[in-house]
Write a protein that binds this ligand. Sequence first.
Ligand SMILES: Cc1ncc(COP(=O)(O)O)c(C=O)c1O
Length: 343
Amino acid sequence: MPAIDFRSDTVAMPSPEMRQAMVTAPLGDDVFGDDPTTNRLMEVAAARMGKEAATFVPSGTMGNLIGIAINARSGEELIADAESHAFFYETAGAAAVCGVQIRPVPTEAGVMSPEQIAVAVRPRDDPHQPITAAITFENTHNRHGGIVWPLDALRAASDEAHRQGLRVHLDGARIFNAAVALGVEAADIAACADTVTFCLSKGLACPVGSIFCGSRESVQDAKRWRKRLGGGMRQVGVLAAAGLIALDQMVDRLAEDHANARTLAEGLAELPGVRCDLSRVQTNLVFFDLDTMAAPVFTEECARRGLLGDWAGPKRMRFVTHYGIDAEDVQSALKVCEEVLTA
Ligand SMILES: Cc1ncc(COP(=O)(O)O)c(C=O)c1O
């Protein structure tokens, strides 16, 4: 039996249509701006985000790093949620590569209030303190459970940031999950940011890639940074072809992943020794806590039975639904979890 793989939405395999498009895509050298498939994807992606321009980057991490690099200078500070991917999981790239200090701000559920932003911004007339140049928001928010920012809250935070003179970057790795959950266009969310990165390689099931979007000027700067970071790619239309299919065919179906996540979470919450905050299960991520069993042991026991998950703390688990998971997998997974917990 093939494994039911809940480790991440990044494990989702490209669809048959994507594989076909990748084989037949017209190609050129994208560093020369010659790749017609990549150029087409950039037009479509920029339009979907309501931005002037876009550029293909190998990963969400590089997209966020570029967002930091072009919105803040060395010696300046960037505000980020204390549980954000940029602060937690990007190997201190802001500091190591850009010389930018991240100011982590703890939040209740990944949503930063205008008041929190106002307090976190440094006084400009104090020569002891760095200049706060930028802020990054994450939507959906990974470590906070895949929660979605209410649009009003995001607008209010963005307005406050701009009022304070900050540039706003959005880590929209899963922006389409947020858009589908809210029933809005991704552009409505991206409108709250000057620059945005979204991932093709997560819920949209592409094999590789993310897209950085912003003004023409920002994207020109982004391309210079991408080159500096070694991310200029040549016949990247092979990957962009999958991206075009993804934007056309894979966005609306995210609702299925969300429904599967909800069923999974409700089933888990019923199991003995499991606590799952259902109010946080808003998209395709399901975090839950184990009362007695250690999460690494639970992970291992599930894996032995063909169910793969990821532990996120000594007693905390994360399961992620995606294109490779159907409703039947959810039921099978719940049976495995029950067996492991009651063995
Ligand atoms: C919220 C968020 N941002 C950024 C990234 C980084 O994406 P990548 O793995 O493509 O570098 C991830 C990856 O899981 C993520 O969850």
